[in-house]
Write a protein that binds this ligand. Structure first.
Ligand SMILES: Cc1ncc(C[n+]2csc(CCOP(=O)(O)OP(=O)(O)O)c2C)c(N)n1
Ligand SMILES: [Mg+2]
Length: 252
């Protein structure tokens, strides 16, 4: 971590909860870089997470007020905090399972109400912490501990979902393209209404184990391979199966 970002981290935290090859640690740093780039003061911010590996991104690492709450309920806690203290800049950082499976209703209703929150969803396409169960974001055909023959269902398109529900800003990035991702996080933080960034994050330990991508490099490379920017799509070139479309979703 560069010296200038040390100020945002709790010195007493000496070890990482993240596995080798996990993208959540990259995201941890990129959020801080975005905050630093905008010149925001951590004293004016509150970070809220639910339960899961991704929920460890803000808490215990960030030297700021953090709420590490119940599984699926991060957006509900964040809504309450924002209502009590509207001057707080409230950022929710949690996992795909937490925010869009068990917590899916809180997510869409916060978008519908236009609550001024920035929600960062670390999407590793699986329930990482609890043993690799399929989530609402697991790609069709992907294997997991609960779909060992392949997931029969299509995943949610979370950006389209929150946009349709009323989000003011939604974008999808990936830790494999850090500068693009930081720009999305910064834009979300600058939006004074409900904003959402979905962040694709490799998980060699669970998603990789079930899908023959169990080394950090193979999981990272596969994620890079399937990601395409909306602006880069060439109608002449076929898209990979389970393509992940990156970009800002501002046209709905
Ligand atoms: C009410 C409740 N149900 C289930 C659980 C078990 N649980 C904890 S975290 C989690 C899944 C987390 O997945 P995700 O949010 O995608 O985070 P990841 O670990 O993949 O980063 C589950 C099912 C729980 N803690 N509480
Ligand atoms: Mg997950």
């Amino acid at each position: 971590m560069p010296r200038d970002l040390q100020q945002f981290l709790r010195e007493e935290v000496k070890s990482t909860p993240f596995c080798p090859g996990c993208g959540h640690g990259i995201l941890l740093g990129l959020i801080l870089r975005s905050i630093e780039g905008l010149g925001l003061d951590m004293k004016d911010m509150l970070f809220v997470s639910g339960i899961g590996c991704a929920a460890w991104i803000p808490s215990p690492h960030y030297r700021a007020d953090t709420l590490h709450t119940l599984h699926g309920r991060a957006v509900a806690f964040a809504t309450g905090a924002k209502l009590v203290n509207p001057n707080l800049k409230v950022m929710v950082i949690s996992g795909d399972g937490d925010l869009s499976s068990i917590g899916g209703n809180h997510l869409i209703h916060a978008a519908r109400r236009g609550i001024d929150l920035t929600v960062i969803c670390a999407n590793n396409m699986i329930y990482g912490m609890t043993g690799g169960q399929a989530a609402s974001t697991t790609p069709a055909g992907s294997r997991s501990s609960t779909t060992p023959e392949g997931n029969p269902y299509p995943p949610f398109d979370l950006c389209k979902l929150v946009k349709a529900a009323g989000a003011a800003y939604a974008a999808r990035g990936t830790v494999t393209r850090p500068y693009e991702l930081m720009a999305y996080i910064s834009k979300a933080l600058e939006t004074a209404a409900f904003s959402f960034v979905e962040v694709m994050s490799p998980c060699p330990t669970q998603y990789g184990k079930w899908n023959e991508l169990d080394t950090p490099a193979s999981c990272f490379d596969e994620l890079s391979r399937v990601c395409r920017s909306r602006t880069e799509i060439d109608p002449e070139v076929p898209l990979p199966e389970n393509v992940v479309i990156l970009g800002e979703f501002d046209d709905q």
